[in-house]
Design a protein around this ligand. Structure first.
Ligand code: FE2
Length: 291
């Protein structure tokens, strides 16, 4: 049976892709951010996932404002990227796992999530930058990343957005689906984006450290407590792009075991964003007793 080994959450701002390409890992501005991935690399070397389910929001590469699904699930053999600007190299294609994708889609639709199914899907920096951070190496290099992916898009761009509660439930449906998947796969959940930031308007540059710390605490111990915030509350507290936290909520929902935070790096700012990198354990009670 498939097992969920844990979760990783990280910001995905485009400037990171340029910094990776220019090898700025030890630059004084970037070093405190990139150091936050040392533990991620250590943990992945131990847990060795086969597949990453990546909750992210598309920024206009695959979906635009004319047609923007609330939830879309990739079911492709591989996922390509294209030039988005900002000096980010175009990522190599990333292999998919269509059989797992269809299993997730079937479960989601049975659970009354009417998702858009994508057998051809471009992935943007919200997937490719986290991949380059988590598994190292410029997105364009020949070295391959050691996982397949299932990208799951959540609309954080065009209102009305799904609620925090809805995204938590989406994640829980995914988590249950993976637990019933008969292939012996090790699966890591990835949520990308956030934390607090606002790129436009009179509050451009807005960051709310106090609220970010509340989110980082509650998402482990009591994610339901965060569902009391409406999307408009969230924009007020976290900025208009801080709603990317919806991806984190879905990732957290998919962690079906006993969840604990293994490592956290919170750093302000990275390109006007409060950058957070967190690793979550997802230990099943039975495994805990056997340990
Ligand atoms: Fe973003």
């Amino acid at each position: 049976m498939a097992v969920i080994v844990g979760g990783i959450a990280t910001t995905h701002v485009p400037a990171i892709g340029k910094a990776i390409a220019e090898k700025k890992h030890n630059d004084p501005y970037w070093k405190p951010f990139f150091k936050g991935f040392d533990y991620v690399h250590y943990w992945l070397a131990r847990t060795k996932p086969d597949v990453a389910v990546v909750f992210y929001n598309d920024h206009g590469l695959n979906f635009f404002l004319d047609k923007l699904p609330t939830f879309a699930v990739g079911a492709a053999m591989e996922y390509r990227s294209e030039d988005e600007g900002w000096g980010i190299p175009v990522s190599r294609p990333i292999p998919g796992d269509p059989a797992l994708s269809w299993h997730l889609i079937n479960t989601l639709v049975a659970d009354e999530f009417d998702v858009t199914m994508c057998q051809d899907m471009l992935i943007d920096h919200a997937v490719t930058i986290p991949m380059a951070l988590i598994w190292r190496g410029p997105a364009s290099s020949a070295k391959s990343w050691p996982v397949k992916i299932v990208p799951i898009e959540i609309n954080t761009v065009q209102h009305p957005l799904p609620t925090l509660a809805r995204c938590l439930k989406l994640g829980r449906s995914i988590g249950r689906a993976i637990e019933t998947y008969e292939q012996n796969l090790r699966v890591v959940m990835v949520g990308t984006g956030g934390l607090s930031h606002q790129l436009d308007g009179t509050r451009a540059g807005f960051i709310n450290k106090e609220f970010d710390e509340l989110c980082l605490e509650k998402i482990v111990t009591e994610p339901e407590a965060l569902t009391r915030y409406s999307i408009h509350d969230w924009v007020e507290q976290s900025g208009s792009q801080g709603v990317e936290f919806l991806n984190w909520m879905a990732m957290r929902g998919a962690l079906t075991g006993r969840v604990s935070e293994l490592n956290r790096n919170y750093h302000i700012p990275i390109s006007n964003t409060a950058a957070a990198t967190v690793v979550y354990d997802n230990q099943k009670e039975s495994e805990r007793k056997a340990a």
